[in-house]
Design a protein around this ligand. Structure first.
Ligand code: 13P
Length: 255
């Protein structure tokens, strides 16, 4: 098992124009050397190449927020995994709940995109998480298993993923942008379940796959969330739009 640093990733979502993004990316890059963890910024597609240029030569990596599963073609408005890579990204977020629930993206589609991302040499950050309704019905762990089964590429012997090409992000849908977070016990149960499900297929190699927590992570709660067993980092939305709060979360990561 490789012991890895935590990964703190900022998902800027559909925010930031060039001028503000310039300042934010520069400030994150300036503070990155002191961070005890790996850092990743995921700007909108329009800013990937610019943020990648700003981060070039630093420890900050850059990711996209989605990609199409086809390599090229008549898909107006979409970008392919190869294009995301070509723009300077090393990672791509896939299956975010805002795409699953807002745009009807299915597990099958997320799997196809994950395969495309791997084919382009990108690390896929595959998002899963239960809705509030599913949580209230006690279905959380089943939903997580089923999303993993449907969204991850598979081969003859189970999941065809590893710690170098795939990161899982557990993002309870009801915790995103709401200021609400699951309890420490709930996060521990969810992450432990994800790890066990990956291990059932991949054996001890599953230990190398980072499992991020996402949903209202802030400087005030980051230390508690990042200290939980099997929480290997965070996927940060709102709090990643300020360098101070993003870097404060990074500082809270146990080395
Ligand atoms: P918030 O941190 O704003 O809750 O968003 C989390 C998220 O969706 C990250 O992908």
């Amino acid at each position: 098992m490789t012991v890895q640093k935590k990964l703190i990733a900022g998902n800027w979502k559909m925010n930031m124009l060039h001028m503000d993004a310039a300042a934010l990316a520069r400030e994150v890059v300036a503070g990155a050397d002191k961070a005890p963890c790996d850092l990743l910024l995921c700007p909108p597609s329009t800013l990937i190449s610019w943020v990648a240029e700003t981060a070039s030569g630093s420890v900050v990596a850059v990711g996209g927020q989605d990609c199409h599963e086809a390599d090229s073609g008549a898909y107006t408005g979409d970008v392919s995994a190869t294009m995301v890579r070509d723009a300077g990204a090393s990672h791509v977020i896939l299956g975010h709940s805002e795409r699953r629930h807002g745009l009807g993206e299915t597990d099958e589609r997320v799997r196809a995109k994950t395969e495309a991302a791997h084919g382009a040499g990108l690390v896929a950050i595959v998002c899963i998480g239960e809705t509030e309704e599913q949580r209230d019905a006690g279905e959380t762990l089943n939903v997580l298993s089923s999303q993993l089964d449907g969204s991850l590429p598979t081969g003859d012997n189970g999941f065809a993923v590893n710690g170098k090409d795939t990161v899982i992000a557990y993002e309870p849908v009801w915790a995103i942008g709401t200021g609400r977070t699951p309890t420490v016990d709930e996060v521990q149960a969810a992450h432990g379940h994800i790890r066990a499900h990956l291990t059932a297929s991949l054996g001890e190699q599953a230990e190398d796959i980072r499992i991020l927590y996402g949903g209202s992570m802030k400087p005030e709660n980051a230390a508690d969330l990042l200290a939980i067993e099997n929480v290997d980092g965070g996927l940060i939305g709102g709090a990643s739009l300020s360098a101070d709060s993003f870097l404060a979360i990074a500082d809270a990561a146990p080395a």
